[in-house]
Design a protein around this ligand. Structure first.
Ligand SMILES: [Fe+2]
Length: 271
């Protein structure tokens, strides 16, 4: 984050580097045969996923181009660190594998991408909502409603990517008790009804941690400045250019090289 800078941006180089990092996590942690399928999936949707925001409103977190992958990579890192904490403190780590942990972290928010044909988040067309509510994106009404975990799991299975019971439960409950749909898993009092592994709790903690850090990075400087009118801080997020770059690189072109998706071109044209 650049101090005193209101607009949060990622440069094309950062977006590309984050994307490579995501693929590296898959390559390193996910075993065959599903590694190939997962890489195939992410390569197929590269243009969309690499530039997706993590949320549609600035008040949430990482609501800027490339924010999704930046968030997911942070969740992977936090999850691996949380794993170590739980292990040292005596949790039973024999109940799940590191691959299950990383697979769940990588795909926990996948449902945010939308479906096979349509992105969930598209550029906000209502200027008033952009200016007053800080919404640079809006939900795409062409995409039928499903919760983020449900859609993510559907996308995986519809592309032939198998997941384990542990992974299903972790992805399904990654929002913890912030999502009341999870009470059936997380508020059980009978021991036999509680999760048989701490994986869902580790993933939830990692996601919570990442989202909180992203919120702090974005908002604490503004709050510290005591800005009277926070609405002014919600002005448009844009794709960034490299600091000190002599020539103004068009990130619309640079972020992914050649962009084939019309939807993505439209998205970038509106940012
Ligand atoms: Fe998340």
């Amino acid at each position: 984050m650049v101090k005193n800078k209101i607009v949060m941006t990622l440069t094309p180089e950062q977006i590309q580097s984050n994307w490579k990092q995501l693929l590296t996590y898959i390559d390193y942690h996910i075993s065959e045969p599903r590694k190939d399928k997962l890489l195939e999936f992410y390569n197929k949707y590269e243009e969309r996923i690499a530039l997706m925001p993590a949320a549609h409103k600035k008040e949430y977190h990482n609501s800027f181009p490339g924010g999704y992958v930046e968030h997911v990579n942070r969740v992977v890192r936090c999850a691996v660190k949380q794993y170590e904490l739980w292990r040292v403190e005596g949790a039973d780590m024999s109940t799940f594998t590191i691959e299950e942990l990383v697979f769940s972290a990588i795909n926990h928010d996948l449902g945010k991408m939308g479906d096979e044909n349509e992105e969930s988040y598209i550029p906000q067309t209502d200027q008033w909502r952009r200016d007053k509510l800080g919404e640079d994106y809006m939900f795409n009404s062409k995409v039928p409603f499903a919760s983020v975990p449900d859609r993510g799991l559907f996308m995986l299975q519809s592309h032939g990517i198998q997941y384990t019971f542990n992974e299903m439960l972790a992805i399904q409950t990654h929002d913890g008790l912030y999502d009341e749909a999870n009470t059936k898993y997380l508020k059980a009092y009978m021991p036999e009804q509680k999760p048989r592994t701490c994986l869902p709790f580790i993933l939830h903690q990692a996601d919570l941690m990442a989202a909180r850090i992203e919120f702090e990075r974005e908002w604490l400087p503004k709050l510290k400045e005591g800005k009277k009118n926070l609405a002014n801080t919600k002005k448009n997020y844009i794709l960034g250019t490299k600091p000190n770059s002599s020539k103004k690189l068009s990130t619309k072109v640079k972020a992914l090289g050649s962009i084939k998706s019309n939807g993505l071109k439209n998205m970038l044209d509106n940012l």
